[in-house]
Design a protein around this ligand. Structure first.
Ligand SMILES: [Cu+2]
Length: 659
């Protein structure tokens, strides 16, 4: 959705060699692959309390930049030596101490450099400027930053080597802190979540590796949020890293109140976007608000498969004893990284969810199947709906999964049969489920003490819900190795208004994904080596509707179509364009993530779909001729593409004349 984001290199190439028993479980983490940190342990910072002394309109703070031992996987996890900020005389904090003041406050922030190199500080100045200055502090020197904070907003400050426009993912990647300037009305109750990143320095022979954290911690050690049903929640998200993230909320829509970066915040004003996934660029910020209307356990996470995978945990990095556990399902926690768990407690007096008897529900039977040798020697997976009295053959797969078409307000009961050789989870992406038990996060969805397990091999699981909103949604495997997703475990989920079934003559759905596990790996390898020619040699690395060579489509000139785009790659940055011989076509965005939008202008037909976003457009081809829908792989922050795009030919016919 958001142009300007970047979606290039995913710096992790998991080793595939070592296999461990699927139920192997580290007690204390095995950290022999990492040097033992020697610095003082950093305290994870939940950004709840600001530091400094505020008196007579002046905030006085003394900070020190120093080495710190960071434990993103919690007390018993592995540690890294990084650079971090501390209050003078206190333990270092990751992320750094929160600075929070009312607009008009004078800040007097002293920073002492206790690192063994000079550092450049950014972000400690008023936001009446267009770009931030870097201010150097020599080794062992101190410097006072003194200014009046006049512009309210969600900002951050950071240290690093010279010209870094955003914090890098090197040893300085945790040398960042949130800086909030509240408007004169005072702060609304909120929470602040800072996303930071670390990547292992490139070394010959070592696979590149990255990890990401929320307020200094990686799932399952991230804070478990406790909120009360019916009470609105307001969060400020600060992407203090050099990579884009696609932040997705389960079960609820949120409203974007503002977006911005370290310099500027833009309120969204009268026409806020309502959605379930927000792309936040490197160095970007956003503020969201949502109301947890339904009790239970829910998630907020980055939808990049790699950023929510166990690879994010230090005891799973390449070279670690547990590395390479790619095929097995880890029952203790099948995720890691940028994942927050939220428990919504029932409001006092809130009634139970009304139960609709199974017999009053529309019944669907959905099979997860496997077929050998679909991607070369590798199997393909797929979701198949039973459409007559008999179960489909065990090796019948569909790419992408069978479209599931539901009716708004009609209770449905979907029995999911797992015919894969390992446990399965299915998430109903964008659906406002009444009960989190059906949400598809293994051993988490449900209520504390009553959670849904993964669906075991050759077992089944019944999912019940009543979709309250018509739109374009996704269903997909949730936890587990990203190879499962890209091998076919995703499909479009359409909800239509009662009495308006989808009109195949007037609407088309395009599911966008990676070209199977080989396509995923060639991309990861190209990212790691920086050698994009591997992409060229491979051919198309992306699928439109499960194919790198999709069938042509026929449209009729002068007819208005609804085009639904479902973006569900594991990690790829995508660009969609619709062009004819005379150049780009024009279309009108009508819905995002399944939520209808207020009237939008006609725009150039180009889209940078984020991972886990859906977009619906209206398109009216003007004249007969040939058009191309092109799906390309975005490889850098400048939104440049590389490799062989996947193209779908659209033949536009003249409207038949009545004669
Ligand atoms: Cu991410």
């Amino acid at each position: 959705m958001t142009p300007g984001m970047w979606t290039g290199s995913i710096l992790a190439l998991p080793t595939l060699a070592l296999a461990v028993a699927p139920h192997a479980r580290a007690r204390a983490a095995d950290c022999g692959h990492l040097p033992r940190p020697v610095a003082t342990r950093a305290v994870p910072n939940d950004n709840r309390s600001a530091v400094g002394v505020l008196a007579n309109g002046v905030l006085t703070v003394r900070l020190v930049a120093r080495p710190a031992a960071w434990y993103p996987d919690g007390r018993d996890g592995c540690g890294l030596t990084v650079h971090a900020f501390a209050e003078e005389g206190q333990a270092p904090r990751i992320p750094g101490p929160l600075l929070r003041v009312p607009a008009g406050t004078e800040l007097r922030v002293t920073i002492r450099n206790a690192l063994d190199k000079p550092i450049w500080i950014r972000g400690l100045e008023d936001r009446s400027v267009d770009r931030l200055d870097s201010v150097a502090i020599a080794v062992s020197a101190s410097r006072e930053f003194r200014y009046q904070a006049t512009v309210p907003g969600t900002y951050f400050y950071w240290g690093g080597d010279g010209d870094a426009a955003v914090p890098r993912s090197n040893v300085d990647g945790q040398l960042v802190g949130a800086l909030i300037v509240d408007s004169s009305g005072g702060p609304a109750p909120d929470r602040i979540f800072t996303l930071t990143r670390w990547a292992r320095p490139a070394e010959p022979g070592l696979p590149l590796y990255e990890l990401n954290a929320i307020n200094g911690l990686s799932w399952p050690n991230t804070e478990r949020l406790e909120v009360v049903q019916g009470t609105p929640v307001r969060w400020r998200i600060i992407n203090a890293s050099n990579f884009v993230h696609y932040m997705h909320l389960h079960g609820f829509y949120f409203t974007i109140l503002s977006t911005g970066n370290a310099v500027r915040e833009h309120p969204r004003g009268a026409r806020p976007v309502v959605e379930v996934t927000e792309a936040v660029n490197d160095g970007g910020t956003f503020m969201l608000q949502w109301t947890p209307e339904r009790a239970g356990n829910w998630l907020f996470h980055c939808h990049l498969a790699i950023h929510m995978s166990t690879d994010q945990r230090l005891d799973r990095m390449p070279g670690a004893r547990l590395a390479g556990d790619r095929k097995g399902h880890d029952p203790t926690t099948p995720m890691g990284g940028l994942v927050l768990g939220i428990t919504v407690h029932a409001a006092p007096g809130a009634g139970a969810v009304t139960r609709v008897p199974a017999t009053a529900r529309r019944q669907l039977r959905l099979f997860a199947d496997v077929r050998e040798n679909v991607y070369g020697p590798e199997p393909g997976y797929g979701f198949v709906l039973q459409d007559d009295g008999r179960a489909p053959a065990r090796d019948s797969i569909r790419m992408p999964g069978a479209p599931i078409v539901l009716t708004r307000g009609e209770p449905v009961r979907i029995t999911v049969f797992n015919r894969l050789p390992y446990p399965l989870t299915v998430h109903w992406h964008g659906i406002e489920l009444e009960r989190s038990y059906f949400d598809g996060v293994a051993d988490f969805s449900g209520e504390p003490g009553h959670t849904a397990p993964a669906i075991a091999a050759d077992d089944s699981f019944v999912v019940e819900f009543t979709p309250p909103r018509a739109g374009t949604f996704i269903y997909h495997v949730h936890d587990g190795p990203q190879e499962h997703l890209v091998s076919g475990l995703y499909g479009p989920l359409l909800v239509v208004d009662p009495g308006s079934p989808p009109d195949p003559a007037r609407e088309h759905t395009f599911v966008l994904s990676e070209a199977g596990p080989a396509g995923l790996r060639v991309k990861l390898r190209a990212d790691v080596t920086g050698d994009l020619t591997a992409l060229e040699r491979f051919g198309p690395t992306l699928f439109i509707n499960g194919s790198a060579t999709p069938e042509p489509l026929e449209l009729v000139a002068g007819t208005t179509y609804r085009l639904r785009f479902v973006s569900i790659p594991a990690n790829a940055g995508l660009r969609i364009t619709l062009e004819g011989p005379d150049g780009p076509q024009q279309w009108r965005l009508i819905a995002k993530d399944g939520a209808d939008l207020p009237p939008q202008p006609l725009r150039r037909a180009r889209l940078f779909p984020g991972v886990g976003e859906t977009s619906d457009f209206e398109f009216t081809p003007a004249t007969s001729g040939e058009l191309w829908l092109e799906l390309a792989d975005v490889v850098n922050a400048a939104l440049e593409t590389a490799g062989t795009p996947t193209r779908l030919l659209i033949r536009v016919r003249d409207r038949p004349h009545p004669d």
